[in-house]
Design a protein around this ligand. Structure first.
Ligand SMILES: [Zn+2]
Ligand SMILES: [Zn+2]
Ligand SMILES: [Zn+2]
Ligand SMILES: [Zn+2]
Ligand SMILES: [Zn+2]
Length: 239
């Protein structure tokens, strides 16, 4: 096998090859959307996030210091389960704490505590007391917050946006330019939600944080380093 090829327990019949894509894909491990780095079997259209390709047997998380999360290839039991980070249902690969019953999608478990694009830093919190830019609610799921603490965005809201825009994102490009247009409004709303009392430095910081939305999106999609210029970057410059 070459350095960029692996065999994986979830797809033993073929070798998976490393690939970088700016087109969103569905991960056959965790069943969530991905972008950027992936391992792929092109015969079967089988894709895995990096985090799903090389899971840790067990992990701890700074938000749940008493928990020990075990990697499972499917959620335990018969009842529907939800990710504690993003609130979306868990239907595939999962990190599960047996003691507390907490679940985390592999990509949610590995969300960076700080997203830093050089100019803007966004910090991950388990709960924030300021309203979310998109849904206006406090608390709820994990959030990314700017250093000035004025810009907050739920990980759950980013997931919802991705689900809403999934078809446009997935089938976008090529003849889909019309379809791509249709996702602009929701991103535009997210970016343009006005700040109360936002002036001077705070405002500048928040504007940049809003632009950093694409970093949050790519982190939720499992590859914080992915430059999704082809998909969301273009939309944002047009928005
Ligand atoms: Zn995955
Ligand atoms: Zn295959
Ligand atoms: Zn626990
Ligand atoms: Zn999640
Ligand atoms: Zn929200």
């Amino acid at each position: 096998m070459k350095y960029n090829e692996i065999s994986h327990f979830s797809h033993p019949q073929h070798i998976l090859k490393f690939e970088y894509t700016e087109v969103p894909f569905k991960c056959d491990g965790c069943k969530e959307v991905g972008i950027g780095s992936r391992y792929r079997c092109s015969f079967c259209d089988f894709d895995l996030h990096m985090h799903c390709t090389v899971p840790s047997l067990s992990i701890s998380h700074p938000f749940y210091t008493k928990c020990s999360f075990q990697f499972l290839s499917r959620p335990p039991g018969d009842t529907p389960r939800y990710c504690n980070a993003c609130e979306k249902d868990v239907t595939g690969f999962v990190y599960h704490c047996k003691t507390c019953g907490f679940d985390l999608h592999p990509c949610c478990a590995k969300l960076p505590m700080v997203l830093d694009d050089g100019e803007v830093k966004l910090y991950l919190y388990r709960k924030v007391r300021s309203p979310c830019h998109r849904c206006g609610r406090k608390g709820r799921s994990w959030s990314y917050q700017s250093a000035c603490k004025k810009y907050n965005l739920h990980v759950a809201c980013v997931r919802e946006m991705l689900v809403e825009n999934w078809h446009e994102l997935y089938f976008g490009g090529g003849k889909g330019s019309r379809k791509l247009q249709s996702q602009i409004p929701s991103l535009k709303n997210t970016l343009q939600t006005p700040h109360k009392r936002s002036k001077g430095k705070v405002k500048k910081c928040c504007e940049m944080a809003a632009l950093a939305l694409q970093f949050i999106i790519s982190a939720v999609l499992g590859d914080p380093t992915a430059l999704i210029a082809g998909v969301i970057g273009t939309l944002m410059s047009r928005a």
